[in-house]
Design a binder for this molecule. Structure first.
Ligand code: ADP
Ligand code: ADP
Length: 218
């Protein structure tokens, strides 16, 4: 059976960083709704057009749009190797939809991992985040700098700052997280599915804790 895992945590908690490391370590593909929306923006699809105004404002894209996109991503061969969900679900209706989708295919979530990071640390992380346009790896000017400033270690891509990483949008995204996504943590906690990880450890230590929790659950 394929392994399905959810990574939760505020904007800047390290979900993308860790999902990429887990993908390599465990061979389970990352499904990041933020990345899927950004791909749609780049390709100027209708879905991208719809998502743009919400993303620019730091608000959540409506549930039906987000759920439809995830359903499509998982259809057909798209789920045979399982998934590490990064940034999804972010609302209780999304969590319920995910459960129903997996159940349709006789699958279920193995575990939900909460990368816990305090608000002021989230802000510091977002402020220094730079992303590779080719592979999607994220760096931090202070905490995780590339070997050569502005250049991806792996493929030489020219690093960029995300359009929604302005100070105002960062603050709004963190507020939206505490208002709208924190209830999803309670939802999973009540089901006994939530494992909390200290997200203020080093990147390597967080990966070790996550891998241990996934191995425990599978
Ligand atoms: P971060 O890495 O900072 O947490 P993401 O890349 O996950 O940000 O998301 C960027 C934006 O994409 C969000 O601010 C939101 O507008 C949209 N988005 C991503 N995932 C979801 C989701 N599950 N539900 C609604 N909107 C989403
Ligand atoms: P998210 O996907 O949850 O929004 P990212 O993976 O994009 O978070 O990480 C946000 C920023 O914090 C990036 O600049 C990343 O390099 C940095 N970062 C991630 N994990 C850690 C960590 N454990 N310690 C210090 N910095 C980190």
């Amino acid at each position: 059976m394929a392994t399905f895992v959810v990574l939760m945590g505020g904007p800047g908690a390290g979900k993308g960083t860790q999902a990429k490391r887990l993908e390599r370590e465990l061979g389970i593909p990352q499904i990041a709704t933020g990345d899927l929306f950004r791909e749609n923006l780049q390709n100027n699809t209708e879905l991208g057009q719809t998502a743009r105004k919400y993303m620019d404002a730091g608000e959540l894209v409506p549930d039906e749009v987000t759920i439809g996109m995830v359903r499509q991503r998982l259809s057909g061969e798209g789920r045979s190797q399982g998934a590490i969900f990064d940034g999804f679900p972010r609302t209780c209706p999304q969590a319920e939809a995910l459960e129903a989708l997996l159940a349709e295919w006789g699958e279920k979530l193995a575990v939900v991992l909460y990368i816990n990071v305090r608000r002021d640390v989230l802000l510091q992380r977002l402020a220094g985040r730079w992303t590779c346009p080719i592979c999607g790896r994220v760096y931090h000017v202070l905490f995780n700098p590339p070997k050569e400033a502005g250049v991806c270690d792996v493929d030489g891509g020219k690093l960029f700052q995300r359009a929604d990483d302005t100070e105002e949008t960062q603050r709004r995204r963190i507020d939206v997280y505490f208002e709208q996504t924190a209830p999803v943590l309670d939802y999973y906690r009540e089901q006994g599915m939530l494992v909390e990880i200290d997200g203020e450890q080093s990147i390597e230590e967080v990966t070790e804790s996550l891998v241990a929790a996934i191995r425990d659950a599978t």
